[in-house]
Design a protein around this ligand. Structure first.
Ligand code: XMP
Length: 429
């Protein structure tokens, strides 16, 4: 369907994503563009009703104050100037600001509020079908939010033309690979290749204690396994990816330096050439979740807490052993279960357990033990750059301690990490 759009023009503001989200929250689609947008690009964008010139503290680039391109002023479209120079701290969601925005979008530009998930899904299905035709698509399905939503969308659009590959590297949380198989193979009837590569990964990781080395091995082995599976399949033309809008924004703009390089694509060999299908690349994270819910994915999958790519591998400190890894997995499952029972699921940003490579003396049934401790971590954050520690009720900590020390093999103590970020990071490795 044809939808109206308001452009956010980046004139050095750090608030571009927030502004675009505010506009979308009004029900009107919005995208961010660089200040020097060309007349051609502008003319090719469908449904543009108005442009917001979003100035801010980074407006001076290489000693020169930037301005919107000629094309913007010549477009004849309604323009709204916002400049947070020196007033960057002004609360963005102040009511007055919302009203100004709403008046511009609806009264001045005459935009229709026709941006919603049902329309987005219908549009994407059509676009995917047009792009893919009768060809085959491959997707690395980790079970994380983004890849799961891409899978659900592609299943709707092209059904069995999609093959999902789920690589179990042996470092997933308890129940995760089973849930992926259950949701996608059993419930959604997708083509799913499930690869249990646990032994391969654990063999490669044996004796490796350095955290960065562990990450590298896990990343490289993941690509190798995925590549092997891809080579077994015939006629794959497209690779689907769960790239989302923040991945693109964080790769850097003309006025803001890259936060991190966008590495979703990374690593596949040259001769495995695929065209990319990235249906979520204009969505913010909360919109990705809403899309997942609208497509019928379970809430536990769509609202799950962040989980690092190297998984439990960076929570089994030092050289990974199977028995300690099992202690991480089992204690993590208990922590999650108890947090859910206490109503903390979805309220605390991230919580997990860590098992260090050290032992201490304890006693059980009058017998001396020499076993590992489990460390509990529960933090809240907005952007993962800084984090505060959740004030978990003491009785809950005691209950979790009781369960872990009786149910998890090889563990005789439980500790709670009180360190915010900084000075700690969220993960221990
Ligand atoms: P740190 O430990 O840096 O973590 O404070 C910040 C957030 O990033 C997650 N994290 C990772 N995610 N690959 C990932 O995909 C990684 O190697 C990785 N390391 C940390 C961490 O779980 C937290 O949410």
């Amino acid at each position: 369907m044809k939808q109206d759009m308001i452009l956010v023009l980046d004139l050095g503001s750090e608030e571009n994503p927030r502004l675009a989200r505010e506009i979308r929250a009004l029900g009107v689609y919005s995208e961010i563009y660089p200040h020097d947008i060309s007349a051609q690009t502008l003319a090719a964008l469908p449904g543009v009703r108005g442009i917001i010139l979003n100035g801010g503290p980074n407006r001076v680039v290489d000693g020169v104050e930037i301005d919107a391109s000629e094309a913007v002023y010549a477009s004849g479209l309604p323009l709204l100037n916002i400049d947070h120079k020196g007033e960057a701290a002004l609360p963005f969601d102040a009511k007055a600001r919302r009203e100004t925005l709403s008046r511009f979008v609806f009264d001045t530009c005459g935009a229709q509020a026709n941006w919603n998930m049902d329309n987005f899904i219908a549009d994407q299905i059509e676009l995917i079908r047009r792009q893919v035709g009768d060809k085959k698509v491959l997707l690395a399905l980790s079970g994380g939010v983004d890849s799961s939503v891409v899978a659900a969308l592609l299943i709707r659009a092209v059904g069995k033309q999609l093959t999902c590959v789920h690589v179990n590297h042996g470092l997933l949380r308890k129940g995760e690979p089973e849930q992926v198989v259950d949701v996608f193979r059993n419930q959604m009837d997708a083509n799913l290749v499930y690869v249990d590569a646990s032994d391969r990964f654990l063999d490669k990781l044996a004796g490796v204690a350095d955290p960065e080395q562990k990450r590298k091995i896990i990343g490289a082995e993941f690509i190798r396994v995925f590549e092997e599976e891809a080579r077994k399949l015939d006629d794959i033309r497209f690779l689907a990816q769960g790239t989302i809008y923040p991945d693109i924004i964080e790769s850097g703009t003309k006025t803001v330096k890259a936060v991190k390089s966008h590495h979703n694509v990374g690593g596949l060999p040259e001769d495995l050439h695929f065209d990319l299908v990235e249906p979520l690349k204009m969505l913010f994270k909360d919109e990705v979740r809403a899309c997942g819910v609208a497509l019928g994915l379970p809430k536990s999958m769509v609202y799950r807490q962040p989980f690092p790519g190297p998984g439990l591998g960076v929570r089994c400190l030092g050289a990974i052993t199977r028995d300690r890894l099992e202690a991480v997995r089992e204690s993590d499952a208990i922590l999650r279960e108890e947090f859910a029972k206490a109503g903390l699921e979805g309220k605390v940003w991230q919580y997990f357990t860590i098992v260090p490579d050290m032992r201490s003396v304890g006693v059980r049934d009058n017998v001396r033990t020499f076993e590992w401790p489990v460390i509990l971590r529960a933090v809240n954050t907005v952007d993962a750059m800084t984090a505060t520690v959740e004030e978990v009720p003491f009785a809950l900590l005691q209950r979790i301690t009781q369960r872990i020390t009786t149910e998890v093999k090889g563990v005789n103590r439980v500790l709670y990490d009180l360190t915010p970020k900084p000075s700690g990071t969220i993960e221990w490795e």
